[in-house]
Design a binder for this molecule. Sequence first.
Ligand code: ITT
Length: 192
Amino acid sequence: MTTVIVATGNPGKLAELKDYLQVLDWTLALKPADIEVEETGKTFIENARLKASEVAKLTGKWAIADDSGLSVLALGGAPGVYSARYGDSDADRINRVLKELGDERDRRAEFVCAIALSRPDGTIALETEGRCPGSILTEGQGAGGFGYDPIFYVTTQGKTFAEMTHTEKERYSHRGIAFDQLMPQLKALDIG
Ligand code: ITT
């Protein structure tokens, strides 16, 4: 059975990616810790391609990567592709977004998730992007998930990502939407 490298160093993201991928008949392997890909892209999809492609070439195996982040309308789309680099810890990153937003009344935001799957030679076989609209609370709510989850409120569900069960986040999140789009193609792909 072909091994596919899950090209992420983020444990929260890794857990979610494994949940989506478990329905496939793939052997999953972790990205070797010494491989660090510089995210030089200007868009989520560029960075997802870059991470999948570099990890695939360096390992000689298929690789799947996720580039994702939070985009806040009143902050001109920030933190966007810099979401992971917006502070040193999840708490720092959340505080920075809350501080920059201050008492702004327009708190609309979206989470974006780009997924790319690379062949062992670094060429991209599949890619997609999922988006989940929501808004930024004035303080965190809930203890689940990771990253910016406590401050991201999904109006249609009446709760933050951090207040959702695994199943709910899997269904409604940017990552869930991306995998919904990609799953028929992933299932149809012959990577054996
Ligand atoms: P890899 O590149 O190794 O996958 P990373 O954390 O650097 O890990 P990104 O560059 O894609 O990944 O940054 C995404 C950041 O956006 C991540 O660190 C979180 O802070 C945030 N993020 C992405 N998806 C999220 C989610 O579902 N819930 C909360 N925060 C999320």
